[in-house]
Design a protein. Structure first.
Length: 32
């Protein structure tokens, strides 16, 4: 479970409340 990216979980959870989903998505795409 530690292998799962934390920004992914937070992004999906906060995506509806804040625009963090966009930041996390960009970060993940750029990191990869």
């Amino acid at each position: 479970m530690k292998a799962i990216e934390p920004w992914r979980i937070i992004g999906i959870s906060q995506c509806e409340t804040t625009n963090f989903c966009r930041k996390s998505e960009k970060d993940g795409e750029e990191q990869e």
